[in-house]
Design a protein around this ligand. Structure first.
Ligand SMILES: Cc1cc2nc3c(=O)[nH]c(=O)nc-3n(C[C@H](O)[C@H](O)[C@H](O)COP(=O)(O)OP(=O)(O)OC[C@H]3O[C@@H](n4cnc5c(N)ncnc54)[C@H](O)[C@@H]3O)c2cc1C
Length: 619
């Protein structure tokens, strides 16, 4: 262990992950905590990290309240509708009422925003989206964080949270290692804000082999945002609500600008509008939800998936009409150049010019996220002026562990935050974290050297396992005494894919399959004690895998608990194929006991605050 030098850093606010939410948190923590010590720790480099690393072409969450375009209530109704009723409306409203101010700061900071020439307003792509030239998006928000934090640590992966040894269920910091130097880092902190993004690669991706890194969701998003809090017993919500996306095939290129701005549309191989073919069948499953406008994202996926199973594929996006307009053709290409260059390269390699050939679409493997059209994540307190008692325990965005906060993909129940809403939520969490410190809630935290040294031993164990077990390599990289991170990852992905509703089964699962999935995940967990890492990069892979495996257990437990198919098109419970509002119009909340590793689950009421309040006012 002596080989790995230990560094100690004491701080007030520790931000884990310098993506959209993390940079927002670092920025806002400085605003409220001028005298506080603020540290941000990032696995990559915050200039180009997180889901926005490459850039974005649109900010997907902007109300436009100054022009009366939308109000926060409208956004709550929108997110509620899209998630088939299951959202935390207090969190959604809170984000929506602040998100415009975030976007106005981005504008001031120099993010190139497109403007509507006639009105002078931001150029709308859709009701909620505004268009940007977003290649520089991430460096711009990173600059704000760098100017705000006392220190940004790049290339450090956080592997575990530290818990106070004096007061039960109170946070004390986090530990991790530097992936370049191999040094061990102990961050003792009064508050921790987890902003480590969502989880890709827990289900087997369509993109395998050489294309493995070319999934829709960033391959480096490994579920630390969930695994870190789960491991210390924080409650999670809606983890069954994984997301499946309809995207351009092979490059996973985004379709939003195509649908909304270019007004392209989809059709089956016979040139038919297949969505209406599945109307009656969908109505059987979900009732009147299919008549909602806009059609919930999962139900549009459902029609796509059913049509493909029925032999109507491939499904195409009709681009050949829109691309005849030179302006739209430019927008279509620029859309990729700003955020998914890979899709343009795939089309070039497959000889597809969307002006003459309608490109193929596909549905992705499932991902776990809390900020997109889905709301998996931590169960957090809402703001005091909005939240009903069950949703409020003192500090906005605080998890069920004292002093531990979350933002962005970390936070469950609040979908459709996207980049701007995640930054906003980081700001909200940081403001509350500073208040928590100023309220003297973080006094006398005790972290012993033993706790830190035990983690140090655990963290670097995969390097030792490899060093010893490499002597037993029987051929290539195979040794009976270790499992390599890539081997473990592929095993995990197959379990999730085949038993928990991935692409292998057209997103279908049931209680028996889930039960078997949980057994296999438990054995995997056992075997991951023997994961071997050849170098520091593989050590990161090993810890990414362990975080993915824990996240997967939680997803599987939740999927087992909710005995209905709430979101056909995201996944199906074959033994409970219908949406069941009588029994399941509720949120699911889990907790894993850190001592036993056992999960317990409960139903929590979903409060429709926005329209309930209006109804009350009216009566
Ligand atoms: C493909 C794709 C396209 C999107 N398109 C749009 C769009 O067009 N418009 C829009 O507004 N939004 C879009 N979004 C949504 C937006 O990117 C997310 O809502 C937002 O990035 C979430 O912020 P976050 O901070 O939670 O996660 P991220 O921004 O992903 O940041 C998480 C950070 O945590 C770091 N990290 C992870 N684990 C650790 C660890 N263990 N230790 C230290 N650091 C760690 C990561 O490196 C990363 O920097 C898109 C998302 C995806 C995936």
């Amino acid at each position: 262990m002596a080989a790995h030098k230990t560094h100690y850093e004491d701080c007030d606010v520790l931000v884990i992950g310098g993506g959209m939410a993390g940079t927002g948190a670092a920025f806002e923590a400085r605003h409220w905590g001028r005298d506080l010590k603020i540290i941000c720790v990032e696995k990559a480099n915050i200039d180009r990290s997180g889901a926005v690393a490459q850039g974005l072409y649109a900010i997907n969450c902007y109300m436009g309240m100054q022009w009366g375009e939308n109000q926060p209530e409208d956004h709550v109704r929108y997110a509620r509708n899209d998630l088939m009723g299951m959202v935390r409306e207090d969190l959604g409203y809170d984000m929506a009422r602040h998100v415009d101010s975030t976007v106005h700061m981005f504008d001031e900071w120099g993010l190139p925003m497109m403007k509507n020439e006639k009105t002078g307003r931001y150029l709308r792509e859709g009701k909620w989206q505004i268009m940007i030239h977003g290649e520089s998006y991430k460096p711009i928000v990173a600059e704000a964080a760098k100017k705000s934090a006392d220190k940004i640590y790049n290339r450090i992966m956080i592997t575990h949270l530290l818990m106070d040894e004096k007061k039960e269920n109170r946070i004390g910091g986090a530990v991790g290692f530097n992936m370049r130097t191999g040094d061990f880092y102990v961050f003792r902190a009064k508050t921790v804000i987890v902003a480590a993004g969502g989880a890709s690669h827990i289900f087997k991706p369509r993109a395998v082999g050489e294309g493995m890194g070319r999934t829709w969701y960033a391959p480096w998003s490994n579920g630390s945002a969930y695994a870190l809090p789960i491991a210390v017993g924080a409650k999670m919500t809606q983890m069954e609500n994984r997301i499946v996306l309809c995207r351009f095939k092979d490059g996973y290129g985004p379709v939003g600008a195509y649908f909304l701005h270019l007004k392209t549309y989809t059709q089956n191989a016979n040139g038919e509008n297949y969505e209406k073919k599945w109307y009656d069948q969908t109505k059987e499953l979900v009732g009147e939800y299919i008549d909602h406008h806009p059609t919930p994202t999962c139900l549009r996926n459902h029609a796509f998936i059913q049509e493909t199973i029925a032999g109507g594929g491939p499904i195409h996006m009709v681009t050949t009409e829109a691309f005849q307009d030179p302006h739209l053709e430019t927008v279509g290409w620029e859309n990729f150049l700003g955020m998914t260059v890979g899709q343009a390269v795939v089309w070039a390699s497959q000889n597809i010019d969307p002006k003459y050939t309608n490109p193929e679409l596909t549905t992705s493997e499932p991902y776990v996220m809390g900020s997109h059209a889905t709301c998996s994540g931590a169960w957090v307190s809402g703001p005091e002026d909005l939240s009903p008692p069950e949703y409020f325990w003192g500090y906005n965005r605080m998890l069920t562990v004292d002093g531990l906060f979350g933002a962005g993909d970390t936070v469950g129940g609040s979908a459709h935050k996207f980049s701007s809403g995640s930054f906003t939520e980081g700001r909200l969490a940081a403001k509350a974290a500073v208040k928590y410190i100023k309220d003297q809630k973080a006094e006398d935290i005790k972290i012993t050297d033993k706790q830190c040294n035990d983690f140090k031993e655990t963290i670097f164990k995969p390097l030792e396992i490899y060093t010893v077990a490499q002597n037993e390599i029987t051929g290539g990289t195979v040794s009976p005494s270790y499992i390599l991170p890539i081997q473990g990852l592929q095993r995990l992905q197959r379990i999730m894919d085949e038993y928990v509703g991935g692409i292998a089964t057209n997103y279908m699962t049931n209680a028996n399959m889930l039960k078997r999935g949980l057994e296999l995940l438990a054995w995997l967990e056992e075997d991951l004690e023997k994961v071997g890492a050849e170098d520091l990069h593989q050590l990161m892979r090993a810890w990414e895998l362990k975080h993915r495996a824990l996240t997967s257990q939680c997803v599987t437990e939740h999927t087992m608990f909710r005995e209905e198919t709430r979101w056909p098109g995201y996944y199906y419970r074959g033994d409970h194929m219908k949406l069941d509002d009588d029994k399941w119009h509720c949120l699911t909340v889990s907790r894993r006991d850190p001592k036993t590793g056992k999960f317990s689950l409960e139903k929590v009421p979903v409060y429709h605050i926005v329209d309930e309040n209006e109804k009350k006012k009216a009566s």
